[in-house]
Write a protein that binds this ligand. Structure first.
Ligand SMILES: Cc1cc2nc3c(=O)[nH]c(=O)nc-3n(C[C@H](O)[C@H](O)[C@H](O)COP(=O)(O)OP(=O)(O)OC[C@H]3O[C@@H](n4cnc5c(N)ncnc54)[C@H](O)[C@@H]3O)c2cc1C
Length: 467
């Protein structure tokens, strides 16, 4: 029987990163993966394919709408959807191969099949051909990720009623796309298909988009998306989809009930969230406790209630983000090695990769109000940022929230082009407990969009220069 210091179940960004860090720390490590390829949701059907399609569809739209005004005459661009899907697949393949390479480089054994915890210290792997093999291990990390949340009474067939997975691989552009859920995934994939020519309507149960993100930023963002042609039905729910005809007929009513209406669509994308995936892992038999939402319960050190079994990523509490999973992967490997691995959950950036992007780190204005924290706000619109003006990409703003007493930055929220790249100076500042004054006095290269961050920081002290 093979014997390891650590077996990680699942090779998403949480699992494979954990395995690499553990190998760096001198452990003998194996990963278990039931999919044909490594890399989990993120690399295969999540972050990476969606970003490939967002990039390609953005360029298509830019070519059509922005090139002429810059003096670039290319005529009306033509969509070749199969070629765009191949572009996406090449990106996936490249990244997945990269993980294979990293496993070899770090001498990590890859056990192919479905992993099941027999008991603390024993993992069984069932291969596709049904053969099983049990390995011994001092430690187990559960990194099995998450799965699509289903909507009661609506059957996903991944053809006409799709999850994000199906929406990443449609073989033609739907005339009408109905997106259920105005979260990150719904808005990103809705944007892709709108740019490729679909009429997109987003139905959201709550009375706002992107729940959990700063309300003011989201209101601006919604206006921008509407200007781009997306339609929103907020405070509404989809109660069923009639699939009998050529067109789908979605029944919609107000979130509180009443006001029924029917919307026609060619494709319905169900994007109401994700749920932890722990099926067939043997957690019950091994005595590993779950919380009331089906997540593996962990303490501050990512340990479950069973000694020697840990859990990370989408399978546990916290934002379902690849970088959160990665950081937990590193932390848990260090904890197992006897070091002080740690994740600062107050500084985890979140990005919506649309155009413009939305990026945010730390507390929202709503969070601070609810916690009764006194704060100052500094804002700066991209319309007043020189670089944005010359590029004619002036939508959006930067908003900084700082503690009224100490000036410590508590949250930064941006809607604007490249916001997802810009947010990290705020994250570093916050990691070091920096103030708005620190940010305002840091020299920013000119002309950059990041100067808007400096100006917003100046705005906290009511002394913006360019407004
Ligand atoms: C469309 C979409 C877009 C996204 N975009 C972003 C983004 O831009 N940025 C971002 O940060 N996050 C994004 N996410 C979320 C991100 O993909 C997840 O947060 C991340 O993948 C979680 O990593 P993980 O390691 O916890 O699990 P996963 O990536 O889900 O990996 C879990 C792995 O475990 C394997 N597994 C499960 N059970 C077993 C078992 N019993 N035996 C063997 N293997 C098993 C699965 O096959 C899978 O490979 C997106 C998600 C989706 C769906």
């Amino acid at each position: 029987m093979a014997s390891y210091d650590l077996i990680v179940i699942g090779t998403g960004p949480g699992g494979y990163v954990c395995a690499i860090r553990a190998a760096q720390l001198g452990m003998k490590v194996a990963v278990v993966e039931k999919n044909a390829t490594l890399g989990g949701t993120c690399l295969n059907v999540g972050c990476m394919p969606s970003k490939a399609l967002l990039y390609a569809s953005e360029l298509l739209e830019e070519t059509e709408h922005s090139f002429a005004k810059m003096g670039i005459g290319v005529g009306k661009p033509k969509l070749d959807l199969p070629a765009m899907m191949s572009f996406k697949q090449e990106g996936i393949d490249g990244n997945v191969k990269g993980v294979d390479f990293l496993m070899k480089k770090n001498k990590i054994d890859v056990l192919r099949g479905t992993g099941r915890i027999v008991s603390a210290g024993k993992v069984e792997v069932k291969a596709a051909d049904g053969k099983t093999e049990v390995s011994e291990t001092k430690n187990i990390v559960i990194a099995t990720g998450s799965d699509v949340a289903k909507l009661k009474g609506i059957e996903i067939d991944e053809k006409r009623i799709v999850s994000s997975t199906g929406a990443l691989s449609l073989d033609k552009v739907p005339e009408k796309l109905l997106v259920v859920g105005a979260g990150v995934i719904g808005l990103e994939l809705g944007s892709v298909w709108r740019r490729l020519g679909a009429q997109v309507t987003v139905v959201e149960f709550l009375d706002r988009i992107l729940p959990g993100m700063d309300g003011e930023i989201c209101k601006q963002f919604q206006r921008i998306l509407e200007k781009q042609g997306m339609t929103f039905k907020l405070g509404a729910k989809v109660t069923g989809v009639d699939t009998s005809g050529k067109k789908l007929k979605a029944q919609i009513e107000a979130a509180a009930g009443g006001n029924p209406e029917t919307l026609e669509a060619d494709v319905v994308l169900v994007a109401i969230g994700r749920v932890p995936y722990t099926e067939g892992l043997g957690l019950k038999e091994a005595g590993v406790a779950l919380d009331n939402r089906g997540r593996v319960q962990t303490d501050k050190h990512l340990a479950t209630n069973v000694p020697g079994i840990y859990a990370i990523g989408d399978a546990i509490v916290g934002p379902m983000l690849a970088h959160k999973a990665e950081d937990e992967g590193v932390a848990v490997a260090e904890i197992i090695a006897g070091q002080a691995g740690h994740v600062n959950y107050d500084v985890i950036p979140g990005v919506v990769y649309t155009t413009p992007e939305v990026a945010s780190v730390g507390k929202t204005e709503e969070d601070l109000k609810q916690a009764g924290v006194a704060y100052n706000v500094g804002k700066f619109p991209f319309t007043a940022n020189g670089r944005s003006k010359v590029n004619q990409t002036t939508e959006g703003l930067v908003k900084i929230l700082a503690d009224a007493k100490t000036d410590r930055v508590l949250g930064v929220h941006i809607v604007g082009r490249e916001a997802g790249e810009m947010i990290h100076e705020a994250a570093v500042l916050m990691e070091f407990g920096g103030s708005a004054e620190d940010l305002a006095r840091t020299c920013h290269a000119h002309p950059t969009r990041s100067e808007a961050i400096k100006e917003a920081a100046l705005g906290v002290g009511k002394r913006t220069i360019h407004m």
